[in-house]
Design a protein around this ligand. Structure first.
Ligand code: KIV
Ligand code: ZN
Length: 389
């Protein structure tokens, strides 16, 4: 079994930036790359240099400013792509070329109109081209999730022999179930004789909402690199979300894995990416959604106010979130109401709260959320009634 460090390969600036509307200019990409380095990611996939002059420039500029992380550029299994990626990365302190080809029969026949033998040779060739230009080469077997395991093992053995130092097993279409993806990684661990010469990487898409679960299944079966994005951005339904993987590994420390990520920066970086890419984060998104630490039902609020651990498995400070919130709605109970009144400076006994709660429910049924201003108004009316009585 390899060491228990899980390398975090961030592809927000490549797979994430492919999302319609999320295109970034070079300045914005540099800002995010620097923040990713500060967060502690091990590898930053900065772009796909041959895809456009703008992307070449971004990779080139990022390569110049990043000090510790490996800067990676994507290419197809095409010599020109690989040369252009190497050119864009020439000023990096540590660089990686990420090259590869589709290995499923869907890709071999449908995309390349080719056969398994020819694709195997192209895979070997692209790794050799890249190895002539840099020592750090990652090979991706696109659509590995739907690739026959026996053939995949042959390809992986051959590309490692050709010099690949990381082998990426993408579930490109997000098709696998966690046990299937885990078994695929276990199969490669057991059947590829030279697998100890390379790191296995998971690159999972979220078409069935399983990207994070699949990546964790991959790690539990021997993968030691996870490719992910901030806020889970990426093609179609997105990629594995960086913040989810990091916090699963942290919360389940009994599993023995660790990453170098400084979790307190997760929420600030999520906001930076969301603002820069003009892509809002869904409120119920794990770790970084605005509701991730909000409690709104009476049962939950009562438990949370007695002991936060009853309904929170993560302390919001640990991930740089604004803090836990008690949202007052028509589903809230008396303890949450009393708590909020107390915070606003109103001390009420149980009888007061019983009366105020009836008034509160009338407001709550009219509004989605009861604001502090509404409570102050209720308190004012209650005082007047008390004086008159
Ligand atoms: O999803 C995928 O297979 C990819 C590869 C290019 C790594 O993004
Ligand atoms: Zn992808």
């Amino acid at each position: 079994m390899p060491d228990n460090k899980v390398y975090i390969f961030d592809t927000t600036l490549r797979d994430g930036e492919q999302v319609p509307g999320c295109k970034l200019n070079t300045k914005e990409k540099i800002e995010i790359a620097l923040a990713l380095e500060e967060l502690g990611v091990d590898i930053i996939e900065a772009g796909f240099p041959i895809s456009s002059p703008g992307d070449f420039q971004s990779v080139d500029e990022i390569a110049k400013v990043i000090k510790n992380a490996v800067v990676c550029g994507l290419s197809r299994a095409v010599q020109k792509d690989i040369e252009v990626a190497a050119e864009a990365l020439r000023n990096a302190k540590r660089s990686r070329i990420h090259t590869g080809i589709g290995t499923s029969d869907f890709h071999i026949k449908g995309k390349f109109n080719s056969n398994r033998e020819e694709i195997l040779q192209r895979a070997i060739q692209c790794v050799k081209w890249a190895r002539n230009l840099t020592a750090d080469v990652e090979f991706y077997a696109e659509d590995a999730g739907r690739t026959d395991n026996e053939y995949l093992a042959r390809v992986i053995e051959a590309v490692i022999a050709a010099g690949a130092t990381t082998v990426n097993i993408p579930d490109t279409t997000g098709y696998c179930l966690p046990y299937q993806y885990g078994e695929k990684i276990a199969y490669l661990m057991n059947k590829v004789p030279n697998i100890d010469k390379a790191v296995i990487s998971c690159h999972c898409h979220n078409d069935l909402g399983l990207a994070t679960a699949n990546s964790i299944a991959g790690v539990m079966n021997g993968a030691r690199q996870v490719e992910c994005t901030i806020n889970g951005l990426g093609e179609r339904a997105g990629n594995t979300s960086l913040e989810e993987v990091v916090m699963i590994i942290k919360q389940h420390h009994a599993l023995g894995y660790y990453t170098n990520i400084k979790a307190q920066q997760l929420n600030p970086l999520s906001r930076l990416v969301s603002d820069t890419m003009r892509m809002p984060v869904q409120p119920n998104k794990a770790i970084v959604g605005s509701n991730a630490f909000s409690h709104s039902s009476g049962i939950h609020q009562d438990g949370f106010l007695k002991d936060a651990l009853t309904y929170e498995i993560i302390n919001p400070d640990e991930v740089g979130a604004d803090g836990s919130k008690i949202i007052l709605t028509a589903r809230s109970g008396r303890s949450a109401l009393a708590h909020r009144f107390h915070k606003l400076g109103f001390q009420y006994n149980r009888n007061d709260i019983d009366v105020l709660y009836e008034q509160f429910l009338k407001v709550a049924d009219r509004k989605k959320e009861v604001a502090d201003e509404d409570l102050k108004a209720l308190a004012g009316e209650y005082q007047v009634t008390a004086i008159v009585a």
